[in-house]
Design a protein around this ligand. Sequence first.
Ligand SMILES: Cc1cc2nc3c(=O)[nH]c(=O)nc-3n(C[C@H](O)[C@H](O)[C@H](O)COP(=O)(O)OP(=O)(O)OC[C@H]3O[C@@H](n4cnc5c(N)ncnc54)[C@H](O)[C@@H]3O)c2cc1C
Length: 590
Amino acid sequence: MWRYEPPLREMQFVIEDLLGAPAQWAQVPGFAGLDAATARSVLAEAGRFAAEVLAPTNADGDRHGCSWDEGRVATPPGFREAYRAYCDGGWPALACDPDWGGQGLPLLLHVALTEMLNSANHAWNMYAGLTHGAYETLRAHATADLQQRYLPKIVSGEWLATMCLTESHAGTDLGLLRTRADPVGGEPRSGSEVRVSGTKIFISGGEHDLTDNIVHLVLARLPDGPPGSKGLSLVLVPKVLTDGTHNRVHCDGIEKKMGLAGSATCVLRFDAATGWLVGEPHRGLPAMFVMMNAARLLVGMQGLGHLEMASQNARRYAHERMQSRAPQRPPGQAPRRADPIALHPAVRRALWTLQALAEGQRVIAYRTAQLLDEAEHHPDAAQRARAHELVALLTPVLKAFCTETGHLGADAALQVWGGHGYVREYGIEQSVRDSRVAMIYEGTNEIQAIDLLLRKVLDGGGQRLALLMDELEDEAARCDADPAVAEFGRALREHADALAAATVELETGREADPEWPYRVADDYLRATGLLLMGWAWARTARVAAPRAGDAWYAARLDAARFGLRWLLPEIDWRLQRVQAADAPLPWGPA
Ligand SMILES: Cc1cc2nc3c(=O)[nH]c(=O)nc-3n(C[C@H](O)[C@H](O)[C@H](O)COP(=O)(O)OP(=O)(O)OC[C@H]3O[C@@H](n4cnc5c(N)ncnc54)[C@H](O)[C@@H]3O)c2cc1C
């Protein structure tokens, strides 16, 4: 049966052995009191919450869904109680600044927590997950007065937050949006009062019964805002005003969706609602990008959450389900009429694919979080800048690669259950439905691919990619030194060289054919994601190989070797497609 076991040992392995995070914490004044044992107990407690409180609400949430009545939204049974327990446990405050009531712990631990929440109940985490991005945005851009009024309540979880971008005619292209922000009084500036009018659609958690107040962060245009995305401003619009009156924000309905039934996806109408500018007029998009980048990491973790859940449940089922005799058995096992399907090579291969990708993604996601901690806290400014650049490069890859792999992984896992996977009782079909949207929202995966290749790689003169290549080369060189894992170093270098060569071709060829990078951005992102998996598997193998006498480490090494030999070669055909400069893409089909 569908159940969640927090992968605490795997997390500990990544945080302590692969990333050496505790040694780093010791160098950072804010984290100096944090050691590996404390981090382990924080994650164990988070795992208990995810597995024992949250996971049991997942299937019911899907069955009941949310209901809308005259502008009010009721969340599924158990969601409110789980949210109360989440706040009582102090989880919203985990990685927030103590000045605002936070616990001041590294973002790395927050990201590990996020993975577990998404595995346990993705729909529920659509409410809780957005607050950290709202916190970061207000901390970076709001006036001191707005910060005083809103940050403590967001950090404690007393109030939840939303991001309000999409309108019916403005999805990917936010420059088209029409919601207005009309100034009250004089010349608008950061913190000044405005009246917001317009309708937003698809707003996650736009209305619900988990908290008394909801803090909406809304993109709107001031009357003198230039057309396009450069003319947008960011406005904080609370559901309830400081004097207790309801603001003029109305939930006109919720969507009926393919999945995430427990998450209210709302139509929000702002009817001259009171709000305050966050950041300077017309500088709303850069401010909103603080929230969007945090949300992209969160969404990447939704992919990992589903992949991990699908992987561990498929593994359990495959060891219980007996069908046909396997062509071979592990040494010492006597023949039987039927074997567990886990022994059949087709199923075994699917299980290793899920496991290798989940373990690889965790390394990359946690490494990104570690870099975010470095970008904020490292004492050396040059290291902070380097970390910042790497995060900019990794964010679109993490969002698109993890969500695609999460959804396709859930779909591949469903096959392990055969017909049972297709019926509700076993849980995996919900995961297939719930995971799909992560490839769409927070900037579709196509937009992430364009962001990676055009903005982060080609427009940056290849400098960010060079930083990544340095990290990969460093790992390859370490693998070279140990014959047991030398093949990882060779493969990593070979594929990194191939990606670098393809990048140079694109760089030189795009002048003559400006559409070329747009045609192949998707393959380029996939190749980059796989290369990062190669890096993760190389590091895993290098650390696990000397301890492979222990079955747990041997399994890590097996997964890494499987990834290297079975999954990494996909890079070759992806790059072949990237380099096929003259491959015609006809207009249409009409
Ligand atoms: C369940 C759910 C929750 C959501 N939550 C929120 C939320 O909380 N807040 C919020 O503001 N929005 C939210 N959204 C909206 C979501 O972010 C948008 O659906 C998404 O940005 C895509 O916009 P669109 O649906 O209008 O598609 P379109 O922009 O119309 O895109 C349609 C297709 O065309 C492609 N396309 C469009 N432009 C380009 C381009 N320039 N280059 C290449 N391909 C392109 C897209 O990749 C996509 O495949 C949510 C959506 C859903 C379904």
